[in-house]
Design a protein. Structure first.
Length: 368
């Protein structure tokens, strides 16, 4: 089975509502759907959507990588993508991780289809893991990023009413402790005492401020807090973790196996947030998950608010997390508008069913 064509198609998906983090107000998600065609007629899909706001490069960087690499992959087998992806991960230049994720996902999609297996089961077989259940559903959290507190509360209430058991709230946008207490308190009141509440500060606080904030916010029974301080300060993150009354998750610094290892060795986090678009693919994600498991550190798989292709790929990765699977940040299709998210794996009562069809396991409503 040889690759006969490798093409990519740009997309631009607007956010359905105002969406903010401590670092930026996001308005659109731009990227490319990668389509890998084979002589056997099988077609694989990948998603390349870097996050410029977080140093991931721009779509133009992805297009340069794809233009450079495509000639060397045509007429090769899908397995030839593996060393190319390894080089991209090692490069770590702008757009490299997103390009690696797209190319690897497209190749793995084809290989799983050829084997007649859902991508989740193919990954388990390929990487020597215990196979996930064929009827597995992954619990997912709702993500609340609206800066306006009243809008955020209404969105949170709707999420709980639809069956979500966990809500993740973006914080770090308010001025001072009082503002954050008001925001988090309002959300806790909106969702009630039984729904799990996470916070994501996206590195928005200095270390002393983070310690003060988390002391004040502990009253709201937080499940965990993601990235309270900047990604560059692992020692600071470890200080916050030692003082916090709730688990701490590392997000932005998890960009490779090496950085994940540094986080674990520093004792900086109870959980690692794994984004396949950021770490450079599903294989890299599985390597980080295994390393974290051996160290007794938990892992949570999330998207970077991707197209349906990126969401589906991340869902297959999350299916291979050690039991029991925590709430994962995969229910992000509703944050965007457009045909590339309309047929993402659906969320039913706070769960996402892992596709059972071979490969990624869904049809893409896109003129490719």
């Amino acid at each position: 089975m040889k690759i006969t064509g490798l093409n990519w198609f740009p997309y631009c998906l607007p956010f359905a509502d105002a969406f903010g983090t401590a670092q930026a107000a996001l308005k659109v998600r731009e990227g490319f759907i990668v389509r890998l065609e084979t002589a056997s007629g099988l077609v694989g899909l990948g998603d390349a959507a870097p996050l410029p706001e977080f140093g991931g490069g721009y779509p133009a960087d992805v297009e340069r990588w794809l233009s450079e690499l495509t000639p060397g992959l045509v007429n090769q087998t899908p397995e030839a993508v593996r060393p190319v992806v390894a080089r991209l991960r090692k490069n770590r230049g702008p757009g490299a991780a997103a390009s690696a994720f797209a190319l690897e996902t497209a190749a793995f999609d084809v290989l799983a289809q050829a084997a007649g297996l859902p991508l989740s089961l193919w990954l388990a077989a390929t990487y020597g893991l215990s196979p996930p259940s064929a009827d597995l559903s992954v619990p997912v959290n709702a993500t609340i990023g609206q800066p306006d507190i009243a809008v955020a509360c209404e969105t949170a209430r709707q999420a709980v009413a639809s069956g979500f058991g966990c809500v993740k709230l973006k914080v770090g946008m308010e001025t001072g402790v009082a503002g954050e207490v008001e925001r988090v308190g309002a959300i806790r009141q909106a969702i009630g005492p039984d729904v799990k509440l996470r916070l994501d500060a996206n590195g928005g606080w200095a270390v002393p401020q983070a310690i003060e904030m988390l002391m004040a916010l502990a009253q709201f029974d937080l499940e965990l807090v993601e990235q309270p301080v900047t990604a560059a300060d692992l020692e600071g993150l470890a200080r916050v973790r030692r003082s916090a009354k709730m688990p701490i998750a590392a997000d932005e610094p998890v960009i490779s196996l090496e950085t994940a290892e540094n986080i674990i060795q520093t004792g900086a986090a109870d959980f690692l947030i794994i984004k396949p678009m950021v770490v450079g693919g599903l294989g890299a994600g599985l390597e980080i998950i295994e390393m974290a498991r051996l160290a007794g550190v938990g892992c949570i798989v999330t998207t970077t608010i991707d197209s349906a292709v990126g969401i589906a790929a991340a869902l297959h990765l999350a299916a291979n997390l050690p039991a029991s699977i925590p709430f994962c940040g995969l229910a992000t299709a509703s944050l965007l508008n457009g045909p590339l998210v309309e047929n993402a794996p659906p969320v039913v009562a706070g769960q996402m069913q892992v596709p059972k069809k071979p490969g990624l396991g869904f049809d893409l409503a896109f003129p490719v």
